[in-house]
Every structure is written in structure tokens, then in C-alpha cells.
Design a protein around this ligand. Structure first.
Ligand SMILES: Nc1ncnc2c1ncn2[C@@H]1O[C@H](COP(=O)(O)OS(=O)(=O)O)[C@@H](OP(=O)(O)O)[C@H]1O
Ligand SMILES: [Mg+2]
Ligand SMILES: [Mg+2]
Ligand SMILES: [Mg+2]
Length: 350
């Protein structure tokens, strides 16, 4: 067994597990004034902020020189007003609850966790803001999406806690925690809570969020009669009409599965859906690296290919976004060429 990135993998699993406990505990208690609307009109909750604070605190304790790209920043939490100060107090309370929880299997106290690891408000806001790195082609950087699919989280549907280590623009380690995802997609009322883990060159696996059970993941081969797409719930994030045209060209008969967040990548690599297709809804939106870093490694480590909608490889060395990469096409290797061809035909017609 390769030992490359063994500590980073364990740290990432541990950090994502703690963040998932936090987000699931918040959901039942979330009140309306614990959600803000960001400049781009998207929602952010106390759970997003505190989960980023927890993950960033652990990363910094373990690897103080590593840089971090996190989705959230604490600027809205640093102003002085009664509502902001109660929001801040709640974030401090939630983050400390997660940081100080008893050590579990694989946890190491030096990562700033376990009883006695409380952080004060300034330390936690600074931890959130440590995610402000602008990115680039060289060196080590982590990327955090503390809650991917915040809209799904608020609806009580799918969301994911996402963490990846990128070294010299290549994703090396990726962990995805999906607290609301059924262990078996066909048994929606069965056990929930899945963790997907990949290390470059070492494959991908699925574990239970609650324990150590793990199964290696290999995508099933392309079977046109059962092939279906995974796509966003939000039509503003991915064009449903474009995927429907692509589906028609490929002669597919199965309806798409719509789900928020990188949980789509988890469902893809374990074979619940045949392809993740994300088609731009207009011009101008640049995909963020934290929305695809973990998922892209899960795909390539379980027998798939991931490109943008023009067939170009995703470039994680350009900064906080994927730059001129537009859309996402991820599927098992033997289906990618046919899918990409169908995508090209639809794009040309439009
Ligand atoms: N216009 C546009 N186009 C494409 N993508 C966008 C757009 N606006 C936002 N986002 C990003 O979408 C992230 C959630 O994506 P999903 O499509 O997987 O989930 S969802 O179905 O939309 O909830 C979401 O991630 P979170 O903010 O972490 O939830 C955003 O980063
Ligand atoms: Mg967001
Ligand atoms: Mg996201
Ligand atoms: Mg997010």
C-alpha cells in the first residue's frame, strides 16, 4: 500500500467528519436570521461559516505553511451590530462544539481537536479568512467548500462538505462528506451519511460517515439502456434544457437525477447515475475550484474521465476559479467520447 499523503488523507477525513456532524446538528435548529445573502445573491448560513472555521483550524494546526482557498470569508461577521454579534456567537459555539468533541478513530489531538481545544471569536474569524488565498500553479493548497449546495442544505435535501489538497495544480487528495445521502440510492429511507475519499494513484472509496466500513469504487461500464444523467436542481446553475437535448441525441430513455452539490460526483462514482453533466446557463460564470476539486479526483480514481464541455481538462492552477473551463462532463471512460460528441452537436446547434 502506498503511503503517499497518508496523513493528509486522515486529516481530511477527520476534518470533514467533524464538519458534517456540525452541519447536520445545525440543520434541525437553524433559524431564519442565521442565514445571510452574499453579494452574488447566494445564501450562506452559520453552518457554512463554522464548518469552514473548523476545517481551516485543523489544516493550519497540521500544516501551518499550506495555503487555503475557502469559499467563505468573514468580512460580514466583523461588523458591529446586535444581529452580527449574535450570529458570531452562534458560529463560535458551533465551531467549538465540533473542535472539542472527543477524539475518534484516526483523530490526532495536535490537529487542534478534542476536549480543551476551544478557540475564541477572533481565532475562528481568522481561520475562516485564512481561506482567502488567490491560488496558482505552484505549491500546496487546500480548497474547502464548507457546504456545497447551500440551497439543498436549506431545503433539507442533498449537500456536501468538500475538501481537497492540490499540489502543483493537481488534486492529490479529495474528501466529500454527504450527511443526507442514502447509503443505497434505491433505499431512500435506509441508512444515510456517506463519505467519499480519493487519493491520486490509490483509487477511490466510499465509507459510512459514522464508521469505518469502506468499499472501493469502480464505475460500472457504459450501458446505454440504463445510462442517465446527474444534474443540478437549480436551473440557474446548469441548463436543464441543454442536458435534455444531449440526452435525446444519445437516445437515452432514463430521466435525469437532479441533486444539489458534489453529492452528484459521489452518486456518479458509485454508479447511481451514468454521467454528471453541467452546462453553462449563460456567459460569464466561472466555475469555482472548490465545487469540483474533490469530485474530479473521485472520477479519475474510479475509472472515469472529466473535462469541461469542450473536452478540455479542468485546470486547477489558474486561481480560485476554473477560468476558461466551461461546464463539466464527467462519466465512465468508455462513454466520454460519445457524450462529448453529443454535447458538441447541441452546442453547435444553439
Ligand atoms: N450561475 C451559476 N452557474 C453555475 N454554478 C453556480 C452558479 N451560481 C452558483 N453556482 C455554484 O453552484 C454550486 C452548487 O451547485 P450545484 O449545481 O451542484 O447545486 S444546486 O443544485 O445548484 O444547489 C454553488 O455552490 P455553493 O455556493 O457552495 O452551494 C455555487 O458555487
Ligand atoms: Mg455558496
Ligand atoms: Mg459549492
Ligand atoms: Mg458552499
Amino acid at each position: 500500500m502506498s503511503l503517499a499523503y497518508i496523513t493528509e488523507k486522515q486529516l481530511a477525513i477527520s476534518a470533514v467528519r467533524r464538519a458534517c456532524l456540525l452541519t447536520s446538528s445545525v440543520f434541525n435548529k437553524l433559524v431564519k436570521n442565521e442565514t445571510l445573502v452574499k453579494g452574488d445573491k447566494s445564501p450562506v448560513t452559520v453552518a457554512d461559516y463554522s464548518a469552514q472555521a473548523v476545517i481551516s483550524t485543523m489544516l493550519h494546526r497540521a500544516y501551518p505553511d499550506d495555503l487555503i482557498i475557502g469559499e467563505e470569508d468573514a468580512s460580514d461577521l466583523r461588523t458591529e451590530s446586535d444581529s452580527v454579534s449574535s450570529l458570531r456567537n452562534r458560529i463560535v459555539e458551533l465551531a467549538n462544539e465540533a473542535l472539542t468533541a472527543e477524539l475518534g478513530i484516526g483523530d490526532i489531538a495536535e490537529w487542534g481537536i478534542g476536549p480543551g481545544s476551544e478557540q475564541n471569536a477572533n481565532q475562528l474569524l481568522d481561520a475562516i479568512d485564512r481561506g482567502s488565498y488567490e491560488g496558482g500553479r505552484n505549491g500546496r493548497m487546500w480548497t474547502i467548500d464548507p457546504i456545497d449546495g447551500t440551497k439543498g442544505f436549506l431545503r433539507g435535501e442533498q449537500y456536501a462538505v468538500c475538501l481537497a489538497l492540490i499540489v502543483d495544480a493537481q488534486v492529490q487528495v479529495g474528501v466529500l462528506g454527504c450527511p443526507n445521502l442514502p447509503w443505497d440510492w434505491l433505499k431512500p429511507d435506509g441508512d444515510k451519511g456517506c463519505l467519499f475519499v480519493a487519493v491520486r494513484g490509490q483509487g477511490a472509496q466510499q465509507m459510512k460517515l459514522s464508521g469505518a466500513d469502506s468499499a472501493p469504487l469502480t464505475m460500472p461500464p457504459y450501458t446505454p439502456s440504463t445510462f442517465n444523467f446527474l444534474e443540478s436542481v437549480e436551473a440557474a446553475h446548469s441548463s436543464h434544457s441543454t442536458t435534455s437535448q444531449i440526452s435525446t441525441i444519445m437516445g437515452l430513455t432514463q430521466s435525469p437525477i437532479r441533486m444539489d452539490s458534489q453529492a452528484k460526483y459521489g452518486c456518479l462514482v458509485r454508479g447511481d447515475g451514468g454521467a454528471y453533466v453541467r452546462m453553462p446557463t449563460g456567459v460569464g460564470y466561472q466555475e469555482k475550484i472548490w465545487d469540483h476539486a474533490t469530485g474530479s479526483l473521485l472520477v479519475t480514481e474510479s475509472g472515469g474521465i472529466i473535462t469541461d464541455s469542450r473536452g478540455l481538462p479542468l485546470d486547477f492552477g489558474l486561481g480560485r476559479t476554473l477560468g476558461e473551463n466551461y461546464g463539466i462532463i464527467a462519466t465512465v471512460s468508455d462513454a466520454h467520447a460519445e457524450l462529448l460528441d453529443a454535447v458538441q452537436r447541441v452546442v453547435k446547434e444553439d
